[in-house]
Write a protein that binds this ligand. Structure first.
Ligand code: MN
Length: 377
């Protein structure tokens, strides 16, 4: 499982939540609708339409109105372009048709109010931007705006006037869409930094932004979450969130399979058969996982065996020879009819792919258990 440790800030917050109704999210966490906004924006920007449809259903189930979701997809286009947003709308229409056919009546929501057209659009946009960044008036123009004034005009008039003046979303909701899309497109860290700061200015708090990163990790993956977490830690001026490496199990190439129920093993052992014996290849192969301390009984393979150690540390012994320590990357060839055992180290699990060669020579012959003193030597 993907997992995040963050946590420094969460203590005390859940107590606050308990003052209100049960089942409410902690007061300082993103609520289910805000979480859905983040996920919908991210998947729209990525163009992951199957994933988007799932999140659209979740958002509608969480009570997001149709018009609010539409406005999220509209807002996203300013950061990821028309093609992704139009694909998002196509997916949304399919989801709504499907839900209607299943008899689900979704909330339409409140349409955006008419915009006050007084004054120049450029000045209106500039005023909204100043409100968002909480910056003093008359600061020097950024270099790009001097170099290419028309992009500055488009930005102020279109993004910060045309879009932000529509009240179908709050500023906070628009900023959640924005930081989500910026996390997807990558290479826009200065903008992500600015907009995470704006999030704090428009009423979101640091815990909610940590929540945002956790959703990004679930929806997009570890790489995007790590990059966004790096920027968020800069904005907050402290290490508020660390993305942990994926657990070893999550990186395993083959499934762990079923627990082995056999009298010929000591401790807990798991087996996933990978290749069944047949007359063409004349081998079988399985992924075997030994929990710490677990091992086989002594045994012989009439056709021999090859072990490919894929993780952890273990032990291997041929009768009359010392116990060998084995580890990830080791390849062991066990000759036909040589009495031996294999298993995990006392303090580490071990997985190997066991390949039974020359299967036509007959099945494994099981012998006595490996005694504790033999195992520990
Ligand atoms: Mn063996």
């Amino acid at each position: 499982m993907k997992k995040i440790l963050s946590l420094v800030l969460f203590i005390g917050i859940s107590c606050l939540g308990n003052l209100f109704a049960q089942n409410q999210p902690p007061a300082n966490a993103l609520n289910p609708q805000q979480k859905s906004i983040v996920a919908i924006a991210a998947l729209t920007a990525r163009g992951d339409l199957p994933g988007l449809k799932i999140e659209l259903n979740k958002g509608l189930d969480a009570g997001l109105s149709i018009l609010k979701i539409k406005e999220c997809i509209i807002h996203a286009y300013a950061y990821c372009g028309f093609p992704r947003s139009i694909r998002g709308f196509q997916a949304f229409m399919e989801v709504l048709d499907d839900r209607k056919s299943r008899g689900i009546a979704d909330i339409m929501g409140v349409a955006t109010s008419p915009v006050n057209q007084n004054g120049s659009k450029y000045e209106r946009g500039k005023a909204i931007l100043n409100e968002l960044v909480n910056a003093p008036q008359g600061r020097p123009q950024p270099g790009y705006a001097v170099f290419a004034p028309v992009i500055d005009t488009f930005l102020k008039e279109h993004l910060f006037a045309d879009l932000f003046e529509r009240n179908a979303l709050t500023y906070a909701e628009r900023e959640l869409v924005t930081v989500s899309v910026l996390s997807v497109i990558g290479g826009a860290e200065p903008m992500l930094r600015s907009h995470l700061s704006i999030c704090l200015n428009v009423g979101l708090n640091s815990e909610q932004l940590i929540d945002f990163i956790q959703i990004i990790q679930v929806v997009l993956g570890k790489n995007e979450a790590e990059k966004a977490a790096f920027v968020l830690n800069e904005v907050l001026g402290k290490t508020a969130i660390v993305i942990q490496p994926e657990e070893e199990a999550a990186k395993a190439a083959f499934p762990k399979g079923e627990q082995v129920n056999s009298p010929y093993f000591t401790g807990t052992v798991w087996l996933q058969m990978l290749v069944g014996a047949d007359t063409t290849f004349n081998i079988n192969a399985g992924n075997v996982t030994f929990e710490p301390g677990a091992r086989t009984h002594w045994h012989v393979h009439p056709g021999g065996q090859i072990l490919l150690v894929t993780s952890g540390n273990g032990r291997y012994q041929e009768f009359g020879k010392p116990v060998m320590k084995i580890q990830k990357g080791d390849v062991i060839k066990c000759d036909p009819n040589v009495k031996h055992w294999h298993g995990a180290a006392p303090d580490s699990a071990m997985s190997h792919i066991a390949i039974g060669t020359n299967q036509n020579r007959g099945a494994v012959k099981w012998l006595e258990a490996v005694k504790e003193e033999e195992y520990r030597q």
